[in-house]
Design a protein around this ligand. Structure first.
Ligand SMILES: O=P(O)(O)OP(=O)(O)OP(=O)(O)OC[C@H]1O[C@@H](n2cnc3c(O)ncnc32)[C@H](O)[C@@H]1O
Ligand SMILES: [Mg+2]
Length: 220
């Protein structure tokens, strides 16, 4: 069995500019004895236009663009939220749901507005309550597509992970990033933003995708 290029290197480059993702990759890769670099360390690489129709296509796009620019194997993450009552929205548009360059707070506010509109028109909608009085508005799923691109071979190694939960109408917790404060985990009876990094990695879409990807890298 040969070790894939990326696993023999001390530093793993992740093609992301999202500081929240960087912290999660640092946490996960530190356990493998690896350091993490990200596109925040390479400002000369221009913004990558994520125009794929799927999370996987966008992950490949980011990994290939950065891998070709840097000449080393690069890992990319494209992820987002699918909300059942919104027919899977915001999906691949999660980062720009409230517009290009939107802050997490803008995207969260738009998510609650859209759910309000949708549920007001839906008499069949069943709203559950948490003990603190906040409402569970809809089933939802986080998805994370990971792609590793090796510019030496032109090959990709890919994996996709998910986690199921519910959208709450009030934020819970101050950890994580993005939509985490509105993502409730009924199985744990806690919000995603209430988990430690270790706990989030154990149950999250990103942790799931990484656990699938690592054995594939060892075999590649
Ligand atoms: O493309 P890069 O540079 O990696 O950074 P980004 O923030 O634009 O990342 P994506 O294009 O993959 O968009 C992901 C969106 O989904 C959200 N998201 C992804 N993973 C999440 C997580 O673990 N918790 C909460 N929100 C998450 C995130 O806040 C973005 O709005
Ligand atoms: Mg992005």
């Amino acid at each position: 069995m040969t070790e894939h290029g990326i696993l023999s290197s001390e530093v793993i480059v992740v093609a992301t500019k999202n500081a929240g993702k960087v912290k999660e990759f640092e946490h996960a890769l530190r356990k493998l004895g690896k350091k993490t670099a990200s596109l925040l360390d390479y400002p000369q690489i221009p913004d990558i236009i994520e125009d794929g129709d799927t999370f996987a296509a966008n992950a490949r796009l980011k990994a290939k663009t950065a891998g070709e620019a840097l000449g080393v194997p690069v890992l990319a993450d494209d992820s987002g939220l699918r909300v059942e009552a919104l027919n899977g929205e915001p999906g691949v548009y999660s980062a720009r749901y409230a517009g290009e360059g939107a802050a997490d707070s803008d995207n969260n506010a738009k998510l609650l507005r859209q759910l309000d509109l949708q549920l007001a028109n839906n008499e069949k909608a069943e709203i559950k309550l948490l003990p603190d009085g906040s409402r569970l508005l809809s089933k939802a799923q986080f998805v994370c597509a990971l792609a590793l691109y090796d510019p030496a071979t032109g090959d990709f190694v890919e994996a996709e992970g998910t986690v199921e939960g519910m959208i709450t109408d009030k934020p819970h917790g101050s950890g994580g990033f993005g939509y985490d404060p509105l993502f409730w985990l009924p199985s744990l009876n806690r919000g995603m933003a209430e988990l430690t990094k270790e706990e989030k990695q154990r149950i999250s879409h990103r942790g799931d995708a990484l656990r699938q990807l690592l054995p594939l890298l060892e075999q590649a």
